[in-house]
Design a protein around this ligand. Structure first.
Ligand code: GAR
Length: 181
């Protein structure tokens, strides 16, 4: 299987699901040095890299991130709640080797606030998508999706929790296929 580097910005629950599923993870990296998921990864003996682009600029930040991923031997990058846009140059260097999980049934609701938008639209079904990362935000080829119902009385938080549980099942399954193909 190909070795994976996971990029997070916060809680890291999808990262934890990937590690616990036995995906070979060589590095967990974050643009937020205080991301909660970093401590969990360190506790598991996984190498971590934390650097904020603030102050040094996006190009310098991405150059160091790229170097850390390569030095760790990563062959695939999995975005897991990574809330920053990667530059076109970074995406090009890792062409077809970056995957993302997004909390909507793409192509619906690219970007932010997906759950509020699904509720406002009156959708009966919501879900999550795993896709290849391209220069177009949340626009690359789909690798897999999982659906959950939208229930009467759902708030963005209650729907997010139901979708997140589906994410934790979908992402390990799809990434396992991706790193072994
Ligand atoms: C997840 O729901 C993920 O799909 C979403 O952020 C959450 C991160 O949770 N990602 C995006 O919105 C990407 N634009 P986690 O840190 O616990 O995995």
């Amino acid at each position: 299987a190909k070795t994976v580097g996971i990029l997070i910005s916060g809680r890291g629950s999808n990262m934890m699901a990937l590690v616990e599923a036995g995906i070979p993870v060589a590095l967990v990296a974050s643009d937020k040095p205080d991301a909660a998921g970093l401590g969990w990864a360190r506790g598991r003996g996984i190498a971590t890299f934390a650097l904020s682009p603030k102050g040094i600029g996006k190009a310098a930040y991405e150059a160091q991130l790229d170097a850390a991923l390569r030095e760790a031997g990563c062959e695939v990058i999995a975005l897991a709640g990574y809330m920053r846009l990667l530059s076109d140059a970074f995406v090009a260097r890792w062409r077809d080797r970056i995957v993302n999980i997004h909390p909507s049934l793409l192509p619906k609701y690219k970007g932010l606030d997906t759950h509020a938008r699904a509720i406002t639209a009156g959708d009966a079904v919501a879900g999550c998508s795993v896709h290849i990362v391209t220069e177009e935000l949340d626009g690359g080829a789909l690798l897999g999706q999982a659906e959950v119902p939208v229930l009467a009385g759902d708030t963005p938080d209650t729907l997010a929790a139901r979708v997140l549980a589906a994410e934790h099942r979908l992402y390990p399954q799809i990434l396992k296929e991706f790193v072994t193909r």
